[in-house]
Each structure stands twice: as C-alpha cells, then as structure tokens.
Design a protein. Structure first.
Length: 221
C-alpha cells in the first residue's frame, strides 16, 4: 500500500501520534544455515534525504559489492527532484541499496539503503518491514531533507540514530545545535560522520546497535 509523505513541518506534533511496534530480525530471527550453524540475519536501514550519502555509506561498510539501483538523472527529473545543495549529483537510487556485514558465523547484518526522492516513498513500508533500527543521515546544508525520515521512524517506533554527514562547505554545527534544529529527544544518538570512511560508517552502526539494546532493556524492565 502506498504511504503518504509525513509532513516535515510537524516534528513536535508527531510525538503525539500512537506508534506501532517495530519489527526485529528477518524471518523471526532465524536465517539461513551455514555448515549446520543457524544464522541470525538482522535488517538495518540507511535513510535520509536525496543525495545525503546513503549509497556511499552502504558501499563503504559492506563486505560484498553492494547491490545498487542507480539511474542517471535526466531532464525528466527537472522540477521533480530537488537538487538544491547537490547540484553536482548525476545519479539517483530508484529502489534500494543492499549490503551485507558478517559479524560472526551466527550473525549477519543486512543493510538496506532507502530511496530519498518523494516519488519513491511508496517503497518505505516494504523496506522497513522487519527492520531492527535505522541510521538517518543528515546534511547541515539542508537539514529539512531528513525531517520525513525522522517522522517515519518515530511514528513506527523504530529505533534510529542520526549521522551528520560532513560535506565540503557544510556549516560546522555542533551536535546540540543539530539536535535543537531537528527537534529530537535527548535519547536519540547524534554523531558527526564522514560516511566515505569505513570506520565512520562502522561507528554509526555500533551506536545504532547500542541504542537498540538500550531501548529493548528499558521496555523489558
């Protein structure tokens, strides 16, 4: 079913919306088997606005060559895709990015990068189904582009962290300044990052994992 785009101007009002339970592990926690050893597959999302670095992050951290569904931007996208701040961008993700990280013989992370343009919002329900958590990437040159992603995960009670991806020429705002601008709770981790670097992308995923565990502990307690 198609979904409507969350209103980016209602960040605080969204907190009053009743949320539904988040997903968890793929296939109810049981994945494929390797040599007779059960493998747990965990699904994580990489989200954010158009041109914010989602494809780059999946590519920097994935142990396999990422599956990408990029197409060239053409004149047909003029007036449809907002290129303000990313005028040099020549391609766009039209479905998803997919990567994989094997943490052990028992645990595998599957990364799904979401499309950022408005016209592909209908895919988000399917991509978020069964997701344990999400990384929301933000660009300080156009912070409003990540509002819909934050609203989406808040409404569905899916844990998320925010990665402020540093671009050349972007304003060097502090974490607290970004938190105030995005109007997110203090419990939501915000990290300054450069997703071109594997270690930086790794730090985001570790922060997300810790946040998911903390949320689970609180809800169980």
């Amino acid at each position: 079913m198609a979904i409507g785009r969350p209103e980016p101007s209602t960040r605080r009002a969204a907190r009053g919306v009743t949320t539904t339970g988040a997903g968890g592990m793929l296939d109810d926690g049981s994945g494929p088997e390797s040599g007779g050893v059960p493998v747990t597959a965990v699904k994580l999302l990489v989200a954010g606005g158009f041109g914010v670095g989602k494809t780059t992050m999946v590519g920097s951290i994935s142990e396999i060559t990422p599956l990408r569904t990029e197409e060239l931007l053409t004149e047909l996208s003029v007036g449809v895709d907002d290129l303000v701040g990313v005028e040099r961008k020549t391609t766009t993700t039209v479905a998803l990015d997919f990567g994989r990280i094997t943490l052990s013989q028992h645990l595998v992370l599957y990364l799904f990068g979401t499309p950022g343009q408005d016209r592909f919002w209908f895919m988000w329900n399917e991509l978020s189904n069964g997701a344990l958590g999400a990384v929301v990437l933000a660009d300080t040159r156009r912070l409003e582009s990540c509002f819909p992603s934050i609203d989406f995960f808040e409404r569905r009670n899916i844990p998320f962290v925010i990665g402020v991806n540093r671009f050349d020429g972007s304003p060097p705002y502090t974490v607290e300044e970004v938190r105030h601008a995005l109007d997110v709770d203090d419990v939501v981790p915000i990290l300054i990052c450069d997703v071109r670097r594997r270690e930086s992308s790794k730090s985001l995923l570790l922060a997300l994992t810790e946040h998911v565990i903390e949320r689970s502990t609180v809800s169980m307690g």
